[in-house]
Write a protein that binds this ligand. Structure first.
Ligand code: PXL
Length: 286
């Protein structure tokens, strides 16, 4: 199994390729990387970061790989710095994804209802185009709202399934992370968090975990990478979503316990063994 992760290298802040490479590789598959940019830190919560756009190098990299006859079972794209890079991902898919391979798009654009620095409405439209070429997309709720023209501030719990269905018009297997749901536990009202997703049978499903208060940078990258690791090992979607969601929740929980600043990313390293054990069990149980 050969996976290609297209994403930036944020040198500090544990997201994008510094998360994708260790998690996907540890899942037991080859993970090659296509870095889209090198930043001193990610753009969420830091000022004065450097940003080296690597677009100029990408066509030659793709040509070299083509000359080597490289072909991928899964390609996952994440943070893309420009519309031009969206086109490059499409080109990478055309020339490097195996027939019947899986294109996974994490449409990284924003969080908490707002777009990250450098993104605008035009970029959102182009990202929609990339999602149309994907088999699986993994936006958070903010990104799902931008992709579907939904007002984030007005979203209610009862809207999640409908937003998912709108995403299904773009891509056959969408999911939405970070969907807060109200539940009652021991007679008390509590909030949990859920992934809403389209199952392999095309039906709307959700997987809930404990909600840890706060906003934790890099959660989406941990989730998407773990999901791809599971799918690359042949795990069915329901189980893959559950394993990835538990790993992400455990990583957030440990990060909250550690008390590190959210902008420095998740302590997913401490939860890697548990993730791999769950993955191994899923693989053995078929
Ligand atoms: O975690 C998503 C992400 C990836 N890469 C860069 C980012 C962000 C989110 O802020 O800025 C460069």
């Amino acid at each position: 199994m050969r996976v290609l992760a297209i994403n930036d290298i944020s040198c500090v802040g544990k997201c994008s390729l510094t998360v994708a490479l260790p998690i996907i590789s540890a899942s037991g598959v080859t993970c090659d990387i296509l870095p889209t940019a090198i930043l001193s830190t990610h753009t969420g919560g830091f000022r004065g970061y450097t940003f080296r756009d690597l677009s100029e190098d990408i066509p030659a990299i793709l040509d070299h790989w083509k000359s080597l006859g490289l072909q991928y079972d899964i390609i996952i794209s994440g943070y893309l710095g420009s519309v031009e890079q969206i086109e490059m991902v499409k080109a990478a898919k055309r020339s490097l994804l195996k027939e019947g391979g899986l294109m996974v798009v994490d449409p990284v654009m924003g969080d908490n209802g707002i777009l990250y620095a450098h993104f605008d409405g035009h970029f959102v439209e182009e990202m929609k185009g990339l999602c149309r070429e994907a088999d699986v997309i993994v936006p958070n709720l903010t990104e799902a709202c931008f992709l579907t023209g939904t007002d984030f501030a007005a979203v209610k719990e009862s809207d999640y399934a409908q937003i998912l269905q709108k995403l299904a018009a773009l891509c056959p297997r969408p999911s939405i992370t970070g969907c807060d749901v109200s539940r009652t536990e021991n007679g008390k009202p509590t909030t949990r968090t859920a992934v809403f997703y389209t199952g392999d049978d095309g039906k709307v499903r959700s997987y809930e975990t404990e909600k840890i208060e706060g906003s934790f940078h890099g959660s989406g990258d941990v989730y998407a990478s773990a999901l791809v690791g599971c799918l690359a090992r042949g795990v069915q979607t329901d189980r893959a979503v559950a394993i990835a969601a538990e790993f992400t929740k455990n990583s957030i929980k440990q990060t909250a316990l550690d008390g590190t600043e959210a902008r420095y990313g998740l302590n997913s390293e401490s939860q890697m063994l548990g993730f791999l054990q769950a993955l191994d069990q899923a693989v053995r149980e078929g």
